[in-house]
Design a protein around this ligand. Structure first.
Ligand SMILES: Nc1ncnc2c1ncn2[C@@H]1O[C@H](COP(=O)(O)OP(=O)(O)OP(=O)(O)O)[C@@H](O)[C@H]1O
Ligand SMILES: [Mg+2]
Length: 464
């Protein structure tokens, strides 16, 4: 008897019930189809009984899953295995292609349930032999090795990146200040600062740099940054997601120095609760909320940052648990201009300041990442032209060939393919390249979307 497996098995049970109804459906069809009966009678003496056996096995497994405690995983497995064997017997005798296909599908589902349950049984038996926490060694991150969840949680740790700090992020000075304050103030003014711990929600349209800002914050303070996606939580076993969250918070708090937990796309975990919501997803939310609540009274070494593109879909109880909800809007004119300048920094250009200003003004609906994409496309312009260039001028000072748009008294006719690439100096990037790029790259943020964010910000957030 293996106990405490009800959460896992409840999840399995819905699948098994599904199978059960499919088997029952096939059974109903059997009674109606005389041809099927005929072929069955020819091949096997009492087929209906065999079908009934399959249903019975699956129902017994399902009933065991529905128990709330002391679930016998071996009982479920043996019934599922008997069902699988019965299906294997039935399939070759099934003359109706539709029913045959249905039986094959059921068989695949049952087999996959068996595989999953076998794995889980082995895992549960393994857990019992694990070393107690106190006797477990520590690894390089100070996280207890051998911990059941360590590998999964450790794989979410982002490496320190000295190239991604606030300096490397253009604009958004208010957002940077809010993020800094949330970590620095509780540290500087321990005891008198009203909040011990700050949880922050960053929201805004895609590509406005929310994830980057949060990661830069971690690098600024040399904090351990656990970047968690809903897949990290939901891919763990149903019933274990809560344990994953508990352990994540525990491990993050145990770190030396600061820790940040970044829940990217948090809306996929914490949507508003609905009456028909799966039980396990409700439990995940409850666990997460409880942990955030606890964190707020623990110490100031851990902050949680939630990131989302659709804050209005978040459960209100969650919103409340974020001390600050910060709107990361599409970039303003000055930031657009600066991103343009910074992005083409690596190539020679002949853009004047007023051209940058004009260009920035044309980028309505462009997010930061849209602008980066536009710059990449524009920078290709001078390189594209090289392939069709016929006339070249040798520049003695830099010892390179420079493309000419038309023959001159100094130019030489050559093909691009006859020149070594390290001897070519493409023409300067110019406004015309951006104009051409604008035909290919468009802004992805609609006015309607911006209005929705602004509306939400008026009610729940702060604009950065
Ligand atoms: N302020 C900025 N300055 C320069 N480039 C930026 C800035 N913000 C974002 N970018 C560019 O946009 C890319 C996307 O940024 P990021 O992934 O942080 O956006 P996001 O808001 O998290 O998007 P999503 O909501 O789609 O996850 C970055 O890799 C970077 O190239
Ligand atoms: Mg992101």
């Amino acid at each position: 008897m293996i106990e405490n497996s009800s959460e896992l098995l409840n999840c399995q049970s819905s699948g098994i019930e599904g199978c059960s109804s499919l088997v029952s459906q096939s059974l109903t069809l059997t009674g109606e189809d005389a041809q099927f009966h005929q072929s069955m009678i020819n091949n096997i003496t009492n087929t209906s009984e065999v079908y009934l056996n399959a249903v019975e096995y699956i129902e017994m497994a399902s009933n065991e899953c529905l128990k709330t405690d002391r679930i016998n995983i071996n009982h479920i497995l043996s019934n599922l295995m008997s069902c699988a064997n019965t299906l294997v017997t039935l399939i070759p005798y099934e003359g109706n292609p539709t029913r045959r296909q249905a039986l094959q599908q059921i068989s695949v589902i049952v087999e996959s349930h068996i595989a999953v349950l076998l794995k889980q049984r082995n895992r549960m038996q393994g857990v019992a032999t694990e070393l107690p926490q106190d006797h477990v060694a520590s690894n390089s991150h100070g996280i207890a090795a051998n911990d059941k969840y360590t590998t999964a949680i450790e794989s979410t740790l982002l490496p320190f990146d000295s190239n991604l700090t606030f300096k490397n992020i253009t604009g958004y000075s208010k957002a940077k200040s809010i993020l800094k304050e949330s970590l620095i103030f509780p540290k500087l003014f321990q005891g008198i600062f009203p909040f011990k711990n700050q949880n922050i929600l960053l929201y805004g349209p895609p590509g406005t740099g929310k994830t980057q800002l949060a990661q830069a914050l971690a690098n600024e303070f040399n904090a351990k940054c656990f970047s968690i996606s809903s897949a990290d939580i939901l891919s763990s076993w149903v019933g274990e997601s809560e344990k994953f969250i508990k352990n994540l918070l525990r491990i993050a708090k145990e770190q030396e120095g600061y820790s940040l937990i970044l829940f990217d796309e948090i809306d996929s975990l914490c949507r508003q609760r609905q009456s028909n919501e799966e039980d396990y997803s409700r439990r995940i939310k409850t666990e997460l909320m409880q942990q955030m609540e606890k964190g707020a009274h623990a110490n100031c070494k851990l902050s949680i940052i939630g990131i989302t593109n659709c804050p209005w879909e978040l459960d209100k109880a969650f919103l409340r648990r974020f001390n600050k909800r910060v709107y990361i809007s599409p970039p303003d004119l000055q930031t657009k201009k600066q991103i343009l300048i910074d992005s083409i920094d690596c190539v020679q250009n002949e853009m004047s300041d007023s051209e940058f200003v004009d260009l920035a003004g044309k980028l309505g609906g462009f997010s930061c990442s849209d602008i980066c994409a536009l710059c990449c496309e524009a920078m290709l312009g001078p390189f594209r032209e090289l392939q069709s260039t016929q006339d070249w001028k040798w520049d003695q000072d830099i010892a390179k060939w420079i493309p000419e748009s038309a023959p001159t008294s100094f130019s030489v006719q050559k093909s691009f393919y006859d020149i070594q690439t390290d001897q070519i100096r493409p023409r300067n990037l110019a406004l015309i390249d951006f104009m051409k790029a604008l035909e290919q790259i468009h802004g992805t943020v609609s006015q309607e979307e911006i209005e929705r964010f602004e509306e939400f910000t008026k009610l729940f957030g702060v604009s950065a």
